[in-house]
Design a binder for this molecule. Structure first.
Ligand code: AKB
Length: 314
């Protein structure tokens, strides 16, 4: 990776990935794009609606990009509310980014998700290669996207790579429209109000990862020796699996009076219930050395420390 173009650069992953890539590869070598304007002046930025194939191609060509990181997508809960928009944006954006990569010879990354699994998938230690019959529009998009990326690799030789991300937790940008977002909101509310009302029910396990580990995973996979990659689209990656009572207990080690309440949202609960409790990341470990630095308690300590400073300065 030398000249990288990112779509969805103002989203939850993109806003931190852009900074990290600029640190490693040089600010001038990372073109951030998003449908919204940006006030970040740390490097080149262009407005881009990912459904505009011509503009995506032209921006990548003019920038001389050798790598496309396609992050723009609607998350699971929003996709369920607006399924047709999700199909058009998630699949239309992806095929445009793959086409630009094929035409311009770019290496390609896009994230899949634990949402690519469904109720008939083995629920615990979900294997890398298994049944994928999701029951959400987001999941349908993710499975179709994984297959499309494999197709572009096999048919056209595009160097496509991807991971199935679990819920991502970060103190920088808040996610929007996801099912796992409660695991971010809870830290804000713990500091602001000393309590949190969870829309996900107790006992609901989902995989999660702290953002620094997620960013490192993207970079490690993109830098990995292609000869060692048996899989490409997309690797199971995870750092931890917990349910709401466990994250609350982790927060109470820092804020002993923290109160947890429940007001379950049936729509997001149904999505969570259709996903695995825990996935197996051994293929990522074996093929490109995937590793993580943060477990639940390490993440909680860092989140509360960093978020406290952020909220004080807001
Ligand atoms: C969501 O909840 O939609 C995302 C995901 C797990 O893909 N965070």
């Amino acid at each position: 990776m030398k000249r990288i173009m990112i779509t969805g650069a103002l989203g939850q992953i993109g806003s931190e990935l852009t900074g990290k890539l600029r640190e490693i590869y040089g600010a001038e070598n990372v073109l951030a794009t998003d449908i919204r304007p940006s006030d970040d002046t740390s490097g080149p930025f262009e407005i881009l609606d990912v459904t505009d194939a011509q503009k995506m191609h032209d921006l990548a060509k003019d920038f001389g990009a050798d790598t496309m990181m396609h992050m723009a997508a609607l998350l699971s809960a929003t996709a369920e509310e607006k399924p047709l928009l999700a199909w058009n944006l998630n699949m239309g954006g992806l095929v445009n980014a793959l086409e630009a990569s094929r035409e311009l010879g770019m290496q390609f990354f896009t994230p899949s998700s634990i949402g690519a699994f469904g109720p008939s998938t083995p629920k615990t230690d979900t294997p890398q290669d298994t049944l994928q019959r999701p029951t959400t529009m987001y999941g349908v998009n993710k499975v179709a996207g994984e297959l499309l990326c494999d197709y572009y690799y096999q048919k056209f030789g595009v160097d496509t790579r991807g991971v199935r991300f679990p819920g991502l937790v970060s103190y920088v940008a808040q996610p929007g429209g996801g099912t796992t977002d409660y695991a971010v909101d809870i830290y804000y509310k713990a500091l602001e109000q000393g309590s949190y009302t969870s829309y996900i029910d107790k006992g609901t396990y989902m995989d999660m990862m702290y953002m620094p580990d997620a960013l490192q995973a993207i970079i490690d996979l993109m830098e990995a020796d292609p000869a060692k990659l048996v899989h490409r689209n997309a690797f199971n990656v995870t750092a931890m699996s917990f349910e709401p009572e466990e994250i609350a207990a982790s927060i109470r080690r820092h804020i002993p009076d923290f109160q947890m309440n429940y007001d379950v949202d049936p729509a997001r609960q149904a999505i969570a219930d259709s996903w695995p409790d825990s996935i197996d990341a051994s293929a990522a470990k074996q093929e490109w050395g995937f590793k993580t630095a943060y477990d639940l308690d390490a993440m909680t300590a860092d989140m509360l420390e960093k978020l406290k400073v952020k909220l004080q300065n807001a």
